[in-house]
Design a protein around this ligand. Structure first.
Ligand code: NI
Length: 176
């Protein structure tokens, strides 16, 4: 297992429409465990494959139960392979951040409840309904698979401002 490098906006790898996973093998399992390790290392609740430079329809999520101090009481790790939202219900405002867009938090609109179809790491199909933070997280991560980011819902001016700020952030924090 290994923590992978995070792809930070702006980066073309975050803008690619991903392709379906076709092989449910040990290589997929190894990639998924790297994704979990990377997500936990950066303290995220979701991570999509393009965020580590892999252009596949693959997401890991863990919206854990926490106490008031934010300590984890119980984890709920989920692997979503080739996920698809089949229904959306209602609308809700959500304040979001993204491991690929560090230090930026903005309010966007999401469906309140969704029905989602996906495969687990063993190739088993699941259809589930989700609401609350889990539903928001799923919508955010699935956007990544289309090359979309939560800041795309903001105005052009605001997005350009974020872009400039992150170009500066990358110069200061990363040797790229
Ligand atoms: Ni994200």
């Amino acid at each position: 297992m290994a923590v992978r490098d995070m792809v930070i906006f702006p980066d073309d790898r975050l803008r690619v429409k991903t392709t379906e996973v076709t092989k449910f093998d040990e290589k997929l399992e190894a990639l998924v465990s790297d994704m979990f390790e990377t997500m936990y290392f950066y303290e995220g609740i979701g991570l999509a494959a393009p965020q580590i430079g892999i252009s596949k329809r693959l997401v890991v999520i863990d919206v854990a139960d926490t106490d008031e101090q934010g300590n984890v009481l119980m984890r709920h790790p989920m692997t979503l392979v080739n996920p698809e939202i089949v229904e959306k219900y209602g609308e809700v405002e959500s304040q979001e951040g993204c491991l690929s867009v560090p230090e930026i938090y903005e309010v966007v609109h999401r469906a309140e409840r969704i029905k989602i179809k996906y495969y687990d790491v063993h190739g088993e199909e699941h259809i589930e309904e989700a609401e609350g933070l889990l539903a928001i997280c799923m919508q955010h991560e699935l956007d990544h698979l289309e090359g979309h980011l939560f800041i795309d819902y903001l105005g052009t001016f605001q997005r350009e401002r974020i872009k400039k700020r992150l170009i500066k952030f990358k110069k200061e924090h990363l040797k790229q």
